[in-house]
Design a protein around this ligand. Structure first.
Ligand code: SAH
Ligand code: SF4
Length: 393
């Protein structure tokens, strides 16, 4: 890493337990919830069962009030209410695009805001969630990258985005009526592709995704959760072992020279190192293909030579290449590649034997497309100079 490109991991997660006052149950892992219940006097022998009961109320039924947890004794419910809260981030606004995409502005503790996007498709509904307010990294084509990292989200704030979306979609089962297991889900997939670099907030992302995958709650299969990273190499093996979800990587360039500018973390971990880590991922996580995300920037990374180099580089890795037409934002230094260029690029990859879908931009009218997210109210902005210096432009 060069001295001019400091890439830091800011550890600024606010403590989950405030010095005074009740603990938020949302976001506690089963183990942490068990400990917390024992701390308030739950007999150790009962603790596991109480965790199960509370867990199901919160994550299966979507209940927000201890008083309605009818399979717990009344005085125990009162004790829970004295010591805990079931607290979600606040939904500030919801915008619905002409194509049905929904963008939520969500306020978290401290008054910061993140964006969450729901994308309905024929066979699925995908929620794109954020893991940080802003980002420490400075990918030069990404709107979030122009915003300083404000802080990491807690596990509760990460899973809270999923719970808020289920509230809005009306997707909690009605107690006594059904289990919610039947029929296709409105919210069937999660992608960690919103604001922030999830692997720089590893523990909270892991804890939140464990909750999303837990069979007695939100119960989404790990195959329906995709984590996208810019390439934080040392955390990739950990992701396989401790989360086991699908992995997407923001690849975007086929030479270190170009990738250093587009995805400056490449100065720290070069393409070859990244590919070595990716090669191990499917085996280690028992997952299928890795998704290579590739943003199409006019005249920058979209030549036939790039397509051919890409195919060579990923040889031997079970992969699909997701081509993302660049989504422009005010002041962006790039333009989207012309459509026939994107198609020609896709064709070369397809003929080499890889799926090469072109991602249709969704929710453009409400600035909900990939890379357009950024809270309008956030004042901590990187200056253009800072971005250029960090990107080595
Ligand atoms: N920080 C993570 C996840 C968030 S970004 C990462 O970088 O992977 C999700 C995807 O959107 C990434 O592939 C990112 O490179 C891409 N992206 C960012 N800005 C974009 C833009 N303006 N147009 C199209 N895709 C963009
Ligand atoms: Fe951060 Fe991802 Fe945007 Fe890069 S593309 S600045 S890692 S959010």
């Amino acid at each position: 890493m060069t001295a001019s490109a400091p890439i830091t991991q800011d550890l600024v997660t606010i403590p989950r337990k405030l010095p005074e006052g009740p603990v938020n149950i949302v976001g506690l892992t089963r183990d942490k919830l068990r400990e917390a219940l024992i701390e308030i006097g739950t007999p150790e022998k009962q603790a596991k069962m109480r965790v199960n009961q509370i867990w199901q109320w919160i994550y299966h039924w979507g209940v927000r009030d201890f008083a309605t947890m009818t399979n717990l004794a009344k005085d125990y419910r009162a004790k829970l209410a004295e010591n805990f809260v079931i607290d979600l981030p606040e939904l500030v606004t919801r915008q619905v695009s002409a194509d049905g995409t929904r963008k939520y502005l969500v306020r978290i503790a401290g008054g910061h805001e993140v964006e969450v996007v729901y994308i309905p498709e024929e066979d699925r509904g995908t929620l794109c969630i954020s893991s940080q307010v802003g980002c420490t990294l400075t990918c030069s084509f990404c709107h979030t990258g122009t915003q300083k990292l404000v802080r990491n989200l807690t596990a509760g704030e990460i899973i809270g985005q999923v719970m808020l979306a289920r509230d809005d979609l009306g997707e909690w089962p009605e107690p006594g009526v059904g289990t919610g297991d039947n029929g296709p889900r409105l919210l069937s997939n999660i992608v960690l592709m919103g604001m922030g670099e999830p692997l720089y907030n590893f523990d909270n992302v892991r804890d939140a995704m464990k909750i999303a995958m837990d069979g007695e709650g939100i119960a989404l299969s790990r195959r329906r959760i995709t984590l996208s990273t810019s390439g934080v190499v040392p955390e990739i093996a950990k992701t396989a072992q401790e989360i086991g979800c699908q992995l997407a990587v923001s690849f975007h360039a086929t030479t270190d020279e170009v990738r250093n500018i587009l995805v400056p973390i490449n100065k720290r971990w070069k393409i070859e190192e990244l590919l070595n880590a990716l090669r191990e991922y499917p085996k280690a996580s028992n997952s299928e293909r890795i998704t290579f995300e590739y943003v199409m920037l006019d005249g920058i990374n979209d030549s036939d030579d790039d397509a051919r180099r890409l195919v060579k580089l990923i040889k031997g890795i079970p992969a699909k290449i997701n081509l993302i037409p660049f989504n422009e934002w005010p002041g962006a230094p790039y333009q989207r590649s012309p459509w026939d260029r994107i198609e020609a690029f896709a064709d070369i990859i397809y003929k080499a034997g890889y799926a090469s879908p072109i991602r249709t931009p969704r929710g453009e009218d409400i600035m909900a497309a990939c890379g357009q997210l950024k809270s309008a109210t956030e004042r901590a902005r990187k200056s253009r100079k800072e971005i250029e210096a960090e990107a080595g432009l």
